[in-house]
Design a protein around this ligand. Sequence first.
Ligand code: UP6
Length: 287
Amino acid sequence: RSSVSHGERAKCHPNALARRLFAIAETKQTNITVSADLTTTRELLSIAEALPSTLPLLANSGSFAALGPYIAVFKTHIDIISDFTSDTTDQLQRVAEKHNFLIFEDRKYIDIGNTVQKQYRGGALRIYDWAHIINASVLAGEGIIDALSQTIENGEERDRGILILAEMTSKGSLATGEYTKASVEIARKHKEHVIGFVATRQLSADTRSDEAVPGEDFLIFTTGISISSKGDALGQQYQSPASAMERGADFLIVGRGIYSGSDPVASAKAYRDAGWKAYLSRLEGST
Ligand code: UP6
């Protein structure tokens, strides 16, 4: 777990997108990534920012949900949006600019290099155009990271980065052991565009420790976070914000814990406060 503050990491990180993200976290005092697993454009946008309408926008919520101010990153599964058009992501980008958060498309690329390049850059979703962060599994080997890096390298956008899916929170996950180790080795070879991991714990040495590799500072995004639940009926397993931070998370990814309650804004604030408090005590503990 990193003993270095977001502010310091924002100054020192070799990757521009990572620097920007740490600066956002520091400014907004939040390490929350909302996992906005909603299925219509309207719900997706209204959870990011209150829309000028009094319709009950979320199934379980009659109140406005406007999480923009409380999050550092907005995570999408854009392929579950039933009425997707390019306007969906154009609008989301505008909200992201306004509220100063990054967009992470949780596409979990997994195919051969030639296919993922097309999936990333083109298709109906054009993910490269609007998502700052994407993720990929290295199940198929290093080629997938070469391919995605090449797309970023050859593209015109500056702020693009990859997270390697090094572990998973579902019961019986096979993303363990050698697979997780290989994820770290492959990340080390592609530091220019791989900014970190989706994982449940820190996977490389603290930048301040003796084992640290100079210039290496991978970000850890942790899924499976809930204050009140231990899991769901389909194998998801949760840990608390404090436990995840203790294990080395830098950013907490929270889905249903935020959006499925009656007051998503109040939930987002509760997760933000819990995450930030755990972050501050981690810093204190290391001085
Ligand atoms: N996710 C996991 N576990 C992983 C990887 N990704 O839960 O190992 C993603 C899911 C979902 C979100 O696809 O979008 O994180 C978790 O949602 P939840 O908080 O509602 O369980």
